[in-house]
Design a protein around this ligand. Structure first.
Ligand SMILES: [Zn+2]
Length: 234
């Protein structure tokens, strides 16, 4: 079946952990495993870079292409998330708060290197999760380029950024381009209805409750938003 969108959904994960955090979206390892199994069986997981390449006029994407991303780079992305991704051969991009690399609760440089060797991609999520629109120009460019360099210093490419807190403006988008990124993820909800702006790729935040193929289809197609509005009309 041809899906009713033009460009594939990009899923946004944060923590994969049994304990839910109050301030960060969390999916339990069990639900994450079920979600990856559904994607592997019924979807065509592709890398973020394949999506951006297709936007640049490159190779077309398969039907039911979907990309998986993680924000913040917390420790749980290594265990339990990474082995599950590898088991189902699902490409993923993890956006690192580079100032937190090696800090308690966050991925270490060694874990990042190991994951990169297994095929996981990495990108920037700021030096310290800065809200980019509130930075003055010089600070903005420093944050964008130094966080990119921190990952490249591990001999790992850093082609994309996920705007911390989802904050961006036209100035942030053009600074990201100037600093050498190939594209950027926002946290704006939704799937790509139209050829999307690759400096503000929309994403779908993933939750615990999506554990059936039909649920995944609804979430990836953006219908969950309509469903929610019907249940709780505003
Ligand atoms: Zn974040």
């Amino acid at each position: 079946m041809k899906l009713p969108f033009w460009y594939p959904p990009i899923l946004a994960y944060h923590r994969v952990h049994p304990d839910r955090a109050a301030d960060t979206p969390t999916v339990s390892p069990e639900a994450f495993e079920k979600q990856m199994a559904i994607l592997a069986q019924r979807w065509k997981p592709v890398s973020l870079s394949a999506i951006v390449e297709s936007l640049e006029g490159g190779k077309p994407l398969p039907d039911r292409a979907v990309a998986i991303t993680f924000d913040d780079g917390t420790q749980d992305n290594f265990i339990p998330a990474c082995p599950i991704l590898l088991r189902y051969r699902i490409p993923a991009t993890i956006f690192l708060i580079t100032g937190q690399i090696g800090q308690p609760g966050y991925l270490s440089a060694d874990q990042i290197r190991q994951m990169a060797e297994s095929g996981v991609s990495f990108g920037s999520h700021g030096l310290d999760h800065e809200y980019l629109p509130s930075l003055v120009q010089v600070e903005l460019e420093r944050t964008l380029s130094e966080s990119k360099r921190a990952i490249e210093n591990l001999s790992i490419p850093s082609e994309f950024i996920s705007y911390p807190g989802g904050g961006y403006t036209a100035a942030v988008m053009s600074a990201a381009r100037r600093c050498g990124y190939r594209g950027a993820c926002a946290t704006n909800r939704g799937f790509q209805r139209f050829p999307p702006d690759r400096w503000a790729l929309r994403r779908i935040t993933m939750h615990e409750k999506t554990v059936t193929p039909a649920g995944m289809w609804l979430r990836c197609c953006g219908y969950y938003g309509i469903n929610r509005r019907l249940r709780a009309p505003s």
